[in-house]
Design a protein around this ligand. Structure first.
Ligand SMILES: Nc1nc2c(c(=O)[nH]1)N[C@@H](CN(C=O)c1ccc(C(=O)N[C@@H](CCC(=O)O)C(=O)O)cc1)CN2
Length: 284
């Protein structure tokens, strides 16, 4: 068996077309969606990501502002900027690019963003809304993974077993909640899991979100399973790769997401979706 690819670039293009249409409607009503992106420091990967976010905003007709600050910015200064953006009616979404420099408490910063503008979905209020099934912004990476499942006819996971590898607040935990909301039976594995392969071999859907190469190999995958790779690592040749052994697993899985071109572009697409929804909700 050769797994079919879930193409994040193609799916993103399709979803962004719909976002652009809805944004044009809002703009015509005098409410152009607006996103503020804050970058603190010189992390080279973060610089690429924020540039892509701002460019993507332009592509779908959003207003955007990129605020870049030196790594010496104080926590108090950052909190003051967020408060100003919370009050700015032209800004519907606020995003602080992570990671932040070590002297800034990222939890404090995320909690300073108004939940109504928390388009990253990282605020405790957003996480709580997801937990209890209320309206709130969903974290973009797991939300993108759910859209990828939907695109292959797996919106409803009743009777399916999903295994999430990783328990971070921004991917693993919200991913598990979203899979549960889609009726999957969910197992969350992590560094304290005794026998990872025992769990993954039973899974119909596996989401790998660890940040380490080759955490999942072909012998750990049930034939026909869906494998979603959230990882973003460099291999020995310096090339971008995910958390799973793509070449090996491709011969076993039914579906697999590539890196690059899989979950990454979907993360930015769902940020656009959340920003659009923030602008739509602002008019209600
Ligand atoms: N405030 C946030 N910070 C971070 C988030 C986030 O969702 N919100 N996630 C990651 C980084 N990230 C978005 O910010 C992100 C990472 C990767 C990609 C992406 O499209 N990757 C491409 C490859 C890019 C390359 O060549 O380097 C791909 O997979 O095809 C998008 C967004 C941490 N911080």
């Amino acid at each position: 068996m050769t797994a079919q690819l879930i193409d994040g670039n193609a799916l993103s293009q399709q979803l962004r077309g719909e976002v652009a249409r809805r944004a044009a409607d809002l703009t015509a009503k005098g409410r152009q969606p607006g996103l503020a992106v804050i970058l603190v420091g010189e992390n080279p990967a973060s610089q690429v990501y924020v540039r892509n976010k701002v460019k993507s905003c332009g592509d779908v007709g959003f207003h955007s502002v990129l605020e870049k600050y030196d790594a010496s910015l104080t926590e108090a200064e950052l909190l003051a900027r967020i408060e100003a953006l919370n009050q700015d009616p032209s800004i519907h979404g606020i995003l602080v690019q992570l990671p932040l420099p070590a002297h800034i408490d990222d939890h404090k910063v995320i909690e300073a963003i108004s939940p109504a503008k928390d388009v990253d979905g990282f605020h405790v209020a957003s996480a709580g809304a997801l937990m209890v099934g209320e309206v709130g912004f969903k974290a973009c990476t797991p939300y993108g993974c759910m859209k990828m499942l939907e695109s292959i006819g797996m919106a409803d996971l009743r009777g399916k077993h999903a295994v999430v590898i990783g328990r971070s607040n921004i991917v693993g935990k919200p991913m598990a909640m979203m899979l549960l909301a889609a009726n999957a039976t969910v197992t969350v594995c992590h560094s304290g899991t005794a026998d990872l392969a025992h769990h993954t071999r039973q899974a119909d859907v596996i989401v790998a979100a660890v940040g380490k190469r080759n955490v999942l190999t072909a012998d750990m995958v049930k034939p026909g399973a869906v494998v979603i790779d959230v990882g973003m690592n460099r291999n020995d040749e310096g090339k971008l790769c995910g958390d799973v052994d793509f070449a090996g697993i491709r011969d076993v899985a039914g579906w697999i997401t590539p890196v690059p071109g899989g979950v990454g572009p979907m993360t930015i697409t769902m940020l656009l979706v959340n920003t659009l929804e923030a602008a739509e909700r602002a008019g209600l």
